[in-house]
Structures are given as C-alpha cells and as structure tokens.
Ligand binder design. Structure first.
Ligand SMILES: [Zn+2]
Ligand SMILES: [Zn+2]
Length: 286
C-alpha cells in the first residue's frame, strides 16, 4: 500500500484540532475513519491524522486520496470515463513524488484540491486502481486545468522552467473550440501592462490573481486590445482539459483515449510491487 501525506489544515495552535471520539477512530493514534473538529469546521478522513507543528496532516492510502481529488477536480455530471482519466492523472501526480519538505502535498492550486470522496469519485479511483501515466520510465506529474479554451499549452509556453519532466504538448481541444464562451476583463492599466509583458506566462497571471482575485485573468489564452483583455478558458491550460475530457467522454471516448490525447507520448502503466507494467502497449487498458 502506498501512503501519501497531505497538509489539510493550517492551525493557529496545535490544540485547535480535536478528534471526535468514535468507534471507527483509534483515539490514541488518530487512525481509522476520524472526524476532526477545528472551530466550527468538521471533516472526516480515512487513514491517519498527524499534527506536525501547526499543521494537520492527513496520511492515507494513495487510492483514498485519488478519490478525494477526483471529487474536487471534476466537472459536475462528468461521465465515468472523464472521472477515470482524472483519477489516473491525479494518481500520477502523487506518485511523481512529494512537492513539499514537511509533508507531501498541499490542498491548493499549487498541488491538488480535494474534498470528501463521492460514490462516483470512489468508483473512478477503484476502476483505475494503480494506473498511472509514465514518460521516460517515470510517473508524469500530470497537471490539468478546468478548460483550455480550444488548444492546450506546452509547459514552455506558460513559462514553466525547463526540466527533465514531461514537457507537455499543445493539442487542439474540439470541445472547448465549440463550447467555451469568451470572457472579457477590464483591468487597471498597471495590471494590464504586467499581463501584456508577461507574454501569457502563468507566473504573470498568478501575480495579478493574487492582487485582484483569481478570476481577474481566468486563463493564459487571451489577447489584449485597447485596454481590454479577452480570452477563453479557465486555468493554466496545460495537460488534461477537464471540460474537454467531459465532452469527449460524452462522445464515447475511453479514459485511456482521453489521456493519450491530452498527454501525447505518455504510456499508461500499472504500478506493482516489483515493477511497472506497460499496459497501453499491450492494449490491456479499457
Ligand atoms: Zn503544494
Ligand atoms: Zn479544452
């Protein structure tokens, strides 16, 4: 069983987190299915809860975490194949390795959002259990965004540092080309200049978002004309497009076909105790 650690709450003081007594939760070790109360907030986690300084950490089986991410990161009403594609992407992201020193992952856009698993998200995690994307023999840190606006972007296009990780490819997204409405934003001159100078890089969009709110520049797919920003899509536009995946699944695409479209050149593999078996090459993945 592969365990991952996620920072789920930042506390004002370690004593703020109180685990409710229950038969499903070992009170001494906070292990099992435990409900923790912080002020008015109550959340239930399966696995183990740990206090590390002023952070509440959830240590859990990767499959439970995948179900929690799919619950948070999917279009409402998305078909099963889209949820399964999201599950494989989320699992690959986790198994590509921790992103923080004191814990593995946070629950912001920096890593992956999650919430209590639903029946549909749990089903998607179970149907794809152990499946990940690999590229050059390593799990892909498979990123995704809400909607690409018609064409996805490479990591280089949004200004992410070049590395040995998967570079991403720009692929057309017919779902967004047909359905994605245009957005229009009027920004203060200084922010508009910063965006124009940022050359559609994610860092410029996030900088303006931190000042003006996350909806100030919804995506990197925009143009600047006469003091007005117009664009399509939501998010950085790299990797899987959640709106596109849902639309393609409605057309009957399988999870594997969706992943091959948005992450070209990757393979789908099943993680095992001994080795990684390439299933997409063998044609064994549904
Ligand atoms: Zn993070
Ligand atoms: Zn799209």
């Amino acid at each position: 069983m592969t365990l991952v650690e996620l920072s789920v709450l930042a506390l004002l003081s370690p004593g703020d987190a109180v685990v409710k007594p229950s038969a499903a939760c070992d009170a001494a070790t906070w292990t099992g299915t435990c409900t923790v109360r912080v002020g008015e907030l109550e959340r239930t986690y399966r696995g183990q809860l740990l206090l590390r300084g002023k952070r509440l950490i959830w240590r859990a089986n990767v499959e439970d975490v995948v179900a929690a991410i799919v619950a948070s990161e999917s279009e409402p009403g998305a078909p099963a194949a889209a949820l399964e594609a999201q599950a494989i992407a989320a699992r690959s992201f986790l198994l590509a390795g921790p992103r923080h020193k004191e814990f593995g992952f946070c629950d912001t856009t920096h890593c992956q959002h999650f919430k209590t698993a639903t029946a549909d998200s749990a089903r998607a995690a179970k149907a794809t259990a152990g499946l990940i994307l690999i590229w050059e023999s390593r799990p892909v840190r498979a990123v995704y965004s809400a909607s690409c606006g018609g064409r996805t972007k490479t990591a280089k296009e949004v200004g992410w540092p070049e590395s040995s990780e998967y570079p991403y490819f720009a692929v057309p997204c017919k779902v967004c080309q047909l359905q994605e409405p245009q957005w229009v934003r009027r920004l203060p001159a200084s922010e508009l200049a910063a965006i124009a100078a940022g050359n559609r890089e994610e860092s410029a969009r996030l900088r303006v978002g931190r000042e003006l709110g996350w909806d100030a520049v919804p995506s990197n797919n925009y143009s600047v004309n006469g003091g007005v920003l117009t664009g399509r899509g939501r998010g950085h536009g790299v990797g899987l497009c959640q709106r596109g995946a849902a639309g393609l699944a409605r057309e009957g695409w399988s999870a594997l076909r969706i992943l091959e479209h948005y992450y070209p050149g990757t393979l789908t593999a099943r993680i095992g105790a001994q080795n990684v078996k390439i299933l997409s090459e063998l044609g064994q993945v549904p």
